[in-house]
Structures are given as structure tokens and as C-alpha cells.
Design a binder for this molecule. Structure first.
Ligand code: AMP
Length: 188
């Protein structure tokens, strides 16, 4: 069974590429951002706490997202595509343990490589139509800062394990998808 992480900075196109990967491999798409937004929409106490953190552009606490991932792995029968998780090295270590607990292993981690000025341009463009309260200039800059400080080291963590593969994330969406699929097919 495939267990893939789609990795990259905010604005790198993880969501877009995830949709195409789900179509190609019939995977269960686990986006922690989407799961957190669902919790906010449900207006639970937890949702209210999550919203203020998300609106600042900071990462929410590991406990909250790890519980969501644990549940997703435990109930999956299709193969998993993790999008937006892991977001720091501690989450990556936890993912290893959770997969192992369920007798699974990561297939690979595919990074979408996009220059910073292009990330900013894309996110400001998306902000005009997304309706997401964290798609504004101040929050975007903090999300990129969080990515640089906490998330980027995750790529090195997987590089050392020989699981990391980098794909050019600029240009035609279909062409990017073909590169991503070619890398996954080499490792599955
Ligand atoms: P995303 O939809 O992946 O861009 O995530 C939007 C926001 O949700 C992030 O800026 C974080 O506040 C929060 N978030 C999503 N995934 C995680 C995660 N794995 N760990 C911590 N916070 C997360």
C-alpha cells in the first residue's frame, strides 16, 4: 500500500498535486489543514482555539494534528497521501512510529520546489478568491517564516533516510504531476 507525503512550502501546489495523485492512485487524501478547517467550521471549543492560531500563521500544537493522523492511519484501507503533515521534525518522528504501529512504511516524500517570490505571488493571488482568513499578506509572511524555521528541516530528515525526492514545482500543472508520478512509480 502506498504511503506518500507531498511536501513543500505554503503555496507550492500541494493541494493541486494531491487532487491529481488521488485520481491516479486512489489514495486517501489526509490534509491536516482541511481537517483543522473542518474543526473550525464545526465551531467546537477546539475549533475556536485552532482558528486563532491558524489566523496568526503559526503552527497548531502537535498533539492536535497527531491525534487526527493517528485516526486516519488506523481507519485507512486504500493507501495514504499526507498533505501538510509532517510540519516539523517531531511530527515526522511521530509519523514513523504511527506507521510502524500499523505495519506500514513511507513510500517516499515528494517535495515541490518553488522559489520564494513565486510562492508569495501565488498566495497573494489565491488570497483574492480563497476566502481563507489566513490568506492575507501579514499571515502569509508568517506562514513562510514558520515553514523556513520548522518545516524545511523535515526535508533533511527524510533526505538522510533516502526517502526524499525533489520535483520542480513551477510550470504546467500536468507536467509537474507527471514528474511527481514518475518519481512515485520508481519507488512503489
Ligand atoms: P495548510 O492548509 O496546510 O496551508 O495549513 C493551514 C494552517 O493550518 C497552517 O498555517 C497551520 O496553522 C495549520 N496546520 C496545518 N497542518 C499543520 C500541521 N501538520 N501542524 C501544525 N499546524 C498545521
Amino acid at each position: 500500500m502506498l504511503n506518500i507525503v507531498i511536501f513543500g512550502a505554503p503555496g507550492a501546489g500541494k493541494g493541486t498535486q494531491s487532487d491529481l495523485l488521488v485520481e491516479r492512485y486512489n489514495l486517501n487524501h489526509i490534509s491536516t489543514g482541511d481537517l483543522l478547517r473542518k474543526e473550525i467550521a464545526a465551531q467546537s471549543e477546539l475549533g475556536k482555539r485552532i482558528k486563532s492560531i491558524m489566523d496568526s500563521g503559526n503552527l497548531v500544537s502537535d498533539d492536535i494534528v497527531v491525534a487526527m493522523i493517528d485516526q486516519a492511519i488506523a481507519t485507512d484501507t486504500q493507501g495514504l497521501l499526507f498533505d501538510g503533515f509532517p510540519r516539523n521534525v517531531s511530527q515526522a518522528e511521530t509519523l514513523d512510529k504511527l506507521l510502524e504501529k500499523h505495519g506500514r512504511k513511507l513510500t517516499c516524500v515528494v517535495s515541490l520546489d518553488v522559489p520564494r517570490d513565486e510562492l508569495v505571488r501565488r498566495m497573494l493571488e489565491r488570497a483574492k478568491v480563497s476566502g481563507r482568513s489566513d490568506d492575507n499578506e501579514v499571515t502569509i509572511m508568517n506562514r513562510l517564516k514558520e515553514y523556513e524555521a520548522k518545516t524545511k528541516p523535515v526535508a533533511d530528515f527524510y533526505e538522510k533516510k533516502g526517502l526524499h525526492v525533489k520535483v520542480n514545482g513551477t510550470g504546467d500543472i500536468k507536467a509537474i504531476s507527471q514528474s511527481v508520478i514518475a518519481e512515485i512509480d520508481k519507488r512503489k
